[in-house]
Write a protein that binds this ligand. Structure first.
Ligand code: URP
Ligand code: ZN
Ligand code: ZN
Ligand code: ZN
Length: 490
């Protein structure tokens, strides 16, 4: 056999198995075979990569990324965001194309968003569609076209944020359509009115610091909306994924639904493993650097529960929710300071996280909180299955040769993270100063080394990334089990 690349001497990790003492043979961007002591028929044209005994995981898949999205803070562009992705071991991102309320058709929207990424991505990519005005025409006529012709097989729905939020009735209407089409339905679950009420009174009381953002969105607001979303999904027998789950409260509700075998999936993010709400405090408006929604929670009870939820399978996927804005904008201005005074409602929600996502999860492997298989399951394999990225997410013959190769134990000099080491276009990281004992050493996108930390660093090129047309989810779907004799429209 001829190979373009043979990856030797690594521990190949898939969600359930690890393969030791075998090589990965790659040809034309695809994994051709896994076997012992592979030899190429054209050795002069075959590159050999020695992993020196380290883990080889599938390239990371980050299925919650905001880039150049009109209604969400996105300081990073497709160029800078995906550049940082590959330097952190991520080879595929799924970003959002968003309908705005005034759009009565979504077909041109996905074209416009598609054009933003075309030729400007370092990694492979796809889009989810955010629905903010789900007319009958859009959900009955346009969604099927998007699924069939564009391979857009997921939508995101919001239960909060004034410009985005849907009423429960609208969510139910969408669930009928997504059930029929096999479209993965992502839900941002927070109780809008609870939050709006708290914000109104906080502002009246002059409590406007960044920290009050966390006060305004208590975990009970997430848990209530999570239960409501699950109840709507159960009524309609529609699988859903609850995005960016932050609290023990919500994780329990999700676990309970899963134990009843409902097709309820959940996502969590690095910020809910590593940050607490006290990070929203601090002098000089520093707390603004940890403002995201839902906010980091108050105690390690929550972060511990989120780690356990990754280990016990409550969490299906682990994403960055990269939604980054510079701390200092033009002219040294800081968003969220109005007339010299902080106003948390004006701080853009969201954190940078594309590049640090995998290393922050890998720390949990080092600390014994999760296994390397849990790591692969939530960061690579399940995202591929849930969102129909059929070429991605596992190290198996026929899959794209997207790989992340780590350092063998003791090989990498531990370091303290400094924002200047990262490749995004954001002037801070919430993980500044954290110590890392491992980091992606090589990232391979379809058989090409695009990140080589010890040599040239970034070696991929803008435009390397290709659009992925997706299929339906391959995780368990509707069960045809209903709450009573009533049936949703089929
Ligand atoms: O704070 C966040 N997460 N901003 C991004 C938008 C969202 O809801 O995911
Ligand atoms: Zn409102
Ligand atoms: Zn959200
Ligand atoms: Zn988000």
């Amino acid at each position: 056999m001829e190979f373009d690349l043979i990856v030797r001497n690594g521990i190949i990790v898939n969600p359930t198995d690890r393969i030791v003492g075998q090589d990965v043979g790659i040809k034309d961007g695809v994994i051709l075979c896994i076997g012992s002591n592979l030899q190429s028929a054209n050795p002069a044209n075959t590159r050999i990569l020695d992993c020196e005994g380290a883990f080889i995981t599938p390239g990371g898949i980050d299925t919650h990324v905001h880039l150049e999205q009109w209604n969400t803070p996105t300081g990073d562009t497709w160029v800078t965001g995906t550049r940082s992705a590959i330097c952190g071991g991520t080879t595929t991102v799924v970003a959002f194309a968003s309908q705005n309320r005034e759009h009565d058709t979504v077909l041109p929207i996905v074209e416009e968003y598609g054009a933003l990424a075309q030729g400007r991505s370092y990694c492979d990519y796809a889009y989810h569609l955010i629905l903010t005005n789900p007319t009958k025409k859009i959900i009955e006529e346009e969604l099927p076209i998007l699924v069939k012709e564009k391979g857009i097989t997921s939508v995101k729905l919001y239960m909060t944020y004034d410009p985005l939020k849907l009423a429960d009735r609208q969510i139910l209407d969408i669930m009928v359509a997504t059930r029929k089409l096999g479209v993965t339905t992502m839900v941002h679950a927070e109780n809008h009115d609870m939050i709006a009420f708290i914000i109104e009174t906080l502002l009246e009381r002059g409590m406007t610091e960044p920290y009050h953002h966390a006060v305004s969105r208590p975990s009970i607001a997430e848990a209530e909306a999570t239960f409501r979303a699950i109840s709507m999904a159960e009524l309609m027998d529609t699988p859903i994924l609850l995005v960016h789950i932050s609290s023990q409260n919500s994780a329990r509700t999700i676990r309970d639904a899963q134990t009843r075998l409902l097709p309820i999936y959940a996502e969590t993010c690095p910020q809910y493993l590593w940050l607490l709400s006290d990070r929203l405090k601090g002098d000089n408006f520093e707390g603004a650097k940890a403002v995201c929604s839902p906010p980091p929670r108050d105690s390690a009870e929550d972060t511990d529960a989120i780690w356990r939820g990754i280990a016990n399978g409550t969490f299906t996927t682990f994403s960055s929710d990269h939604a980054a804005t510079k701390f200092y904008t033009e002219g040294g201005k800081r968003l969220g300071i109005i007339d010299g005074k902080p106003l948390f409602t004006k701080i853009p929600n969201g954190l940078p996280g594309l590049e640090t996502r995998l290393p922050l999860l890998f720390k949990g492997v080092e600390e014994g909180r999760i296994t390397i298989h849990d790591f692969v399951r939530v960061a690579c394999s399940n995202p591929a299955k849930l969102y129909g990225l059929s070429r991605k997410g596992a190290i198996l013959p026929g899959k794209d040769a997207d790989l992340c190769i780590w350092y063998p134990d003791g090989k990498m000099e531990p370091f303290q993270l400094d924002n200047s080491m990262l490749h995004h276009d954001i002037d801070y990281t919430p993980y500044e100063g954290m110590t890392f004992k491992n980091w992606p050493r090589y990232t391979l996108l379809r058989g090409q080394v695009v990140w080589d930390r010890d040599n040239k660093g970034l070696v991929g090129n803008v435009g390397d990334g290709k659009y992925n047309k997706r299929t339906a989810s391959t995780l368990p779907g509707p069960r045809s089990v209903f709450v009573n004799e009533w049936r949703p429209p089929m």
